[in-house]
Design a binder for this molecule. Structure first.
Ligand SMILES: C[C@H](O)[C@@H](O)[C@@H](O)C(=O)CO
Ligand SMILES: [Mn+2]
Length: 592
């Protein structure tokens, strides 16, 4: 099930076959092969990509090959009508650079020039890119390392990788455009990321910011503004599938059974209401709440919770954990992006990951660097293997997507899959391996339930985070690495020292021996905020491509340099890739 209530059509990829415009021989000889290249590219992309909501990708091809300005304009018209959000120009031959290029400055664009000798597509590519760069409309350059014979319709591996990386990042840019960030509440405990920066959302992401006071939850609970049938179903499902965990509160403060049961009812209602606030719910219209039925077109939301809400009411952990998971009482469905503590910048980081891989994203506090010496001191255990250089404790203050338990699998190994690939029994295993401990009353005076699990080791993951720095603007940091398992007694000792009812992940970043990735400690020390979002797989190169499209420089990453793919113009800003990235982003400025 996908979120069908988001407004706006899914972006299509527009394929532009460009051609040498000389009629009377040259053009005619190239028409078929050029159009065929466009068809091949479209088929390849449609076969290999999906939208994050699981729908099939659609490509649109220009009505004719583009030999000059008139046909370029006709193609732009068609693309606008069709809702094209990403453009790919393809050609096997020489064409007239600035006469044929796509001039729309906000659409992510690439050119694939066929690397042949009979009719040189790569020469056009160079000419067209020079035009793009001279005009300040950056484009990605794609051409194969090895020469192909004209008429060879196979797409070489290196070209495939670039086409997919470009398309995934481009679709992410186009999908978030026009959607909203819904701030439920205000600033949580002074956390900078929850001081919503509308200018960032509008100028860099093309999104708008919406605000509702948390009292809206109280109103909808007290006036019963939710689908009561769904509520009964959700409550019954929760009782059956969400095991209550150990209550760590001191005896004299523990809630009574009756109070605990009331809290369950309350948090289930919160989950329904949080979702309805984001994307609306046609059922509310039937109940006479037409305005509420519309929702806020929110592709991300954040819930302040601490402190005013949590000092009085049950916390938002159940709502956040269930909405960000890939399943609930309605079965397997697209995960929602909901930021704990209304940390909008972590919410955006979650959205980036989700639009790239279609999976749930795990929101965490970047809590503790455990050095080998500290682990030895408090547990007596000598770290070895993947853990030998120490690790970072990722733990959210009560809520994380249950996919983060690592109970799904790919080829028998723990995984967090794209939501449409998850099987019923995998969702069930995530539920069975999560408990819901009553909230720690010293922090959460109003109670609630926190999702407690321990992420399985051995998963490749990527953690990322957007920060806003005065004088620069937004910057992105990325750490690829893996989750690890600790021996049970070590795990228990470390977790008992902190908040045992919160979801825990032991994370080891891949080290490069340099800069922020010199060792595990330096990764933690260079993390730009108290939060990070991690997801399955090594998607750092896709995030770098995405950040460059949005003109957000990447200030820290450990991605293999051969995988870095940015618009060709970046090469003109110098040979050190990171410095060039800053200069390019500064020169072009935000996309919108
Ligand atoms: C309970 C505490 O206030 C936590 O919520 C706090 O440590 C955080 O999560 C800070 O991000
Ligand atoms: Mn936090």
């Amino acid at each position: 099930m996908k979120h069908k209530n988001l407004i706006g059509q899914l972006p299509k990829i527009g394929i532009r076959p460009t051609i040498d415009g000389r009629l009377d021989g040259v053009r005619e000889s190239l028409e078929e092969i050029t159009m065929q290249m466009a068809k091949n590219a479209a088929a390849f992309l449609e076969e290999n990509l999906r939208h994050a909501d699981g729908s099939k990708l659609e490509c649109v091809i220009s009505d004719s090959c583009i030999g000059g300005v008139a046909e370029a304009a006709a193609s732009a018209d068609k693309f606008a009508k069709e809702g094209v959000g990403v453009s790919l120009t393809v050609t096997p031959c020489w064409c007239y650079g600035s006469e044929t290029i796509d001039m729309d400055p906000t659409i992510p664009k690439a050119i694939w020039g066929f690397n042949g000798t009979e009719r040189p597509g790569a020469v056009y590519l160079a000419a067209a890119l020079a035009g793009h760069n001279q005009k300040g409309i950056p484009a990605f350059s794609i051409y194969g390392r090895d020469v192909q014979d004209s008429g060879d319709t196979t797409i070489p591996d290196d070209v495939q990788e670039k086409l997919l990386r470009f398309a995934r990042a481009g679709l992410a840019v186009a999908t978030m455009k026009g959607k909203s960030y819904l701030s439920m509440g205000a600033v949580s405990m002074g956390i900078a990321g929850s001081i919503i920066d509308a200018n960032f959302f509008e100028s860099f992401l093309g999104m708008r910011c919406e605000n509702v006071d948390m009292s809206e939850f109280t109103r909808r609970i007290e006036e019963e503004i939710y689908d009561k049938d769904e509520y009964e179903k959700a409550l019954a499902w929760t009782k059956e599938n969400c095991k209550e965990g150990k209550d760590y509160n001191p005896e004299d403060r523990k809630k009574t059974r009756e109070e605990l049961d009331k809290d369950w009812e309350f948090v289930v209602k919160m989950a329904l209401i949080g979702r309805d606030l984001m994307i609306g719910n046609p059922k509310l219209k039937e109940l006479g709440y037409g305005e509420e039925a519309l929702g806020r077109n929110a592709i991300i939301s954040g819930f302040q919770g601490q402190r005013q809400w949590t000092d009085h009411f049950p916390n938002g952990d159940f709502m956040e954990a269930i909405l960000t998971s890939s399943f609930d009482w309605n079965g397997i469905r697209q995960p929602f992006m909901v930021a704990t503590e209304n940390d909008s910048l972590n919410g955006v980081s979650m959205l980036f990951g989700h639009l790239i891989n279609g999976a749930a994203q795990i929101f965490s506090d970047v809590r503790t660097y455990w050095s080998p010496d500290s682990v030895k001191r408090v547990t007596g255990h000598e770290l070895t293997g993947d853990a030998k250089n120490g690790f970072i404790h990722l733990i959210n203050s009560g809520a994380s997507a249950l996919d983060g338990s690592g109970e799904q699998s790919i080829y028998g190994k723990p995984a967090m899959k794209a939501w449409w690939d998850i099987k019923e029994e995998e969702a069930q295993k995530c539920l069975d391996n999560t408990t819901w401990g009553p909230g720690m009353l010293e922090y959460f005076r109003g109670g609630g339930y926190s999702s407690t699990f321990n992420t399985k080791g051995g998963m490749p993951v990527t953690m990322c985070r957007i920060n806003i720095v005065k004088g620069i603007g937004p910057v992105l940091q990325i750490a690829e690495g893996k989750t690890i398992d600790l021996p049970e007694n070590v795990h228990d000792t470390l977790v008992e020292r902190t908040n045992p009812t919160w979801p825990t992940t032991w994370f080891v970043p891949n080290l490069t021996g340099e800069g922020a990735f010199e060792d595990v400690y330096s990764v933690m020390a260079n993390w730009g905020a108290n939060h990070g979002a991690f997801t399955y797989g090594h998607i750092g190169a896709d995030l770098i491509a995405l950040a460059s499209m949005l003109r957000i420089p990447v200030n820290m990453h450990n991605v293999d340099k051969n995988k870095i793919f940015r618009p060709s113009a970046w090469a003109s800003f110098g040979m050190d890739k990171e410095g060039a990235d800053y200069r390019a982003c500064d020169t072009y400025g935000p996309l919108y």
